[in-house]
Design a protein around this ligand. Structure first.
Ligand SMILES: Nc1ncnc2c1ncn2[C@@H]1O[C@H](COP(=O)(O)OP(=O)(O)O)[C@@H](O)[C@H]1O
Ligand SMILES: [Mg+2]
Length: 269
């Protein structure tokens, strides 16, 4: 049965199903080392999921497997029931560092991604309008004609986010998207990402090491234990109502309790 089948069962199935996967890599000392222990997660349409865990536990590896960029050893990851075996336009990716084409303006970078999509039939005007719409969503209207070298690190990251969103993937994968930014810019972009994802309720799977970022943005937080052979040790529902802002999240009675629980589980206390 394909994803397009409009049956009640199809509507109820998770958009992404991580189904008994394991993953390891060749290892010089041991021959092979399992990095990710057997993992099962169901992700529903519209959920914002965050994965946190100690450095090297396999967060990026899991995200790459969902993106179809890394083969899976055992089990499968399904997108609307179909195993993911290769990258797909249904899966958007935002990494920590963006590869923007340096000779193109911010707008041209977004347009280029749109027009190189297979089957693209949009006119130049439509492409420009769509790029401007997404640049506006990340407050870059003023900077649309500037090249990457004329943009700050935070602005470049926003171009990358606008580009990924403009492709309108069904599931957005973000690997420490704000990790390379200074604290102030990072905070500003967290709020922008929050507005963006509340406006476009698509499915998000994000890796971060920032507990406050996880609490601000997510519906669910998956905490991974230390590797090798790491597993998800907690699957936490974030109870804050939406739309959110920093004030109503931080004033929620559950915020401090969740925050110290998460910090404790990251440091093993
Ligand atoms: N292509 C690879 N070949 C061998 N080992 C790898 C490869 N990719 C990742 N690893 C190892 O897998 C572990 C998990 O890496 P990663 O998923 O990047 O961790 P995280 O994102 O949680 O910091 C690390 O020990 C890393 O060295
Ligand atoms: Mg990583």
């Amino acid at each position: 049965m394909t994803a397009e089948t409009a049956s009640p069962e199809a509507a109820a199935q998770p958009v992404v199903k991580i189904d008994g996967i394991t993953k390891g890599f060749p290892n010089r000392k041991k021959g092979f080392q399992r990095i990710v222990a057997e993992t099962n997660v169901d992700i529903q349409e519209g959920e914002f999921i965050t994965i946190i865990g100690p450095s090297g536990c396999g967060k990026s590896t899991i995200l790459k497997m969902i993106a179809g960029l890394e083969p899976i050893d055992e089990g499968a990851i399904r997108l609307e029931g179909e195993p993911i075996t290769a990258p797909s336009r249904k899966l958007g990716i935002v990494f920590q560092q963006h590869v923007l084409l340096p000779w193109m303006s911010a707008r041209q970078n977004v347009v280029f991604a749109l027009e190189t999509e297979p089957g693209s039939t949009r006119s130049r005007e439509e492409l420009n309008a769509l790029a401007d719409e997404y640049l506006d969503l990340v407050n870059l209207t003023e900077a649309a004609d500037r090249r990457p070298s004329q943009l700050s690190g935070g602005m470049q990251q926003r171009v990358g986010i606008a580009r990924a969103f403009a492709l309108e993937p069904q599931v957005m994968l973000l690997d420490e998207p704000l990790g390379a930014l200074d604290a102030l810019t990072r905070h500003e972009l967290q709020l922008q990402l929050l507005r963006l994802c509340e406006k476009q309720r698509k499915t998000f799977i994000m890796v971060t090491h920032d507990v406050d970022e996880a609490l601000l943005l997510s519906d669910r937080i998956l905490v991974m234990g230390a590797g090798p052979n790491a597993e998800i040790i907690h699957d936490i529902t974030v109870p804050f109502s939406r739309p959110r802002d920093v004030e109503n999240v931080e004033q929620d009675s559950k915020y401090h309790e969740l925050r110290s629980f998460l910090l404790g589980s990251l440091t093993g206390h």
